[in-house]
Design a protein around this ligand. Structure first.
Ligand code: NI
Length: 169
């Protein structure tokens, strides 16, 4: 088991194409365990492999329900519905939360660690985390989901932060 540093906004790896997993071997199983540990340590409710520098289509999440940590390999969104505004954050953009409107309900099909087909579906936090993690694997960050004026301000704040400048509201 190992903890990985989480890559943050501006790290080019977050924008690199991710490749499907073709074989679930010991390397993948160990990686998933490390991802779960890294997610809990952060702490966060989801983590995609590219957030720790691995460009494979793997994500883990814990929607804070009784099911605990789950893994999705090669996930695909197959259904979306409704609309829900939620204050969303990301381990790769630490210390920031933005109100983001997305579909409320999401259904994802994926492969689990045994190579079986699985589906995860729900609304609330589960629906949100499913969409957020698949976004990561598609090189999208929550910043990309903001309306233009809010995005401009967010990018300015993040740039100032990266330069070590104090920000004044
Ligand atoms: Ni994230």
């Amino acid at each position: 088991m190992a903890l990985y540093p989480i890559r943050t906004f501006g790290d080019p790896v977050l924008r690199l194409e991710t490749k499907p997993v073709t074989e679930i071997d010991d390397v993948v199983r160990a990686l998933v365990q490390d991802m779960i540990e890294t997610m809990y340590e952060a702490p966060g409710v989801g983590l995609a492999a590219n957030q720790i520098g691995v460009t494979r289509r793997i994500a883990v999440f814990d929607a804070q329900d009784e099911l605990g940590p789950r893994v999705m390999i090669n996930p695909e969104i197959i259904e979306l519905g409704g609309e829900w505004m939620y204050e969303e954050g990301c381990l790769s953009v630490p210390g920031h939360w933005w109100e983001i409107t997305r579909p409320g309900f999401a259904r994802v099909k994926a492969i689990d660690l045994d190579g079986n087909d699985v589906e995860y579906a729900g609304d609330g936090l589960l629906g949100r985390v499913l969409q957020h993690e698949v976004d990561h694997l598609d090189q999208k960050l929550l910043i990309d989901r903001l309306d233009k004026p809010i995005r401009k301000k967010a990018l300015r704040d993040l740039r100032d932060e990266a330069l070590g400048l104090a920000t004044f509201e």
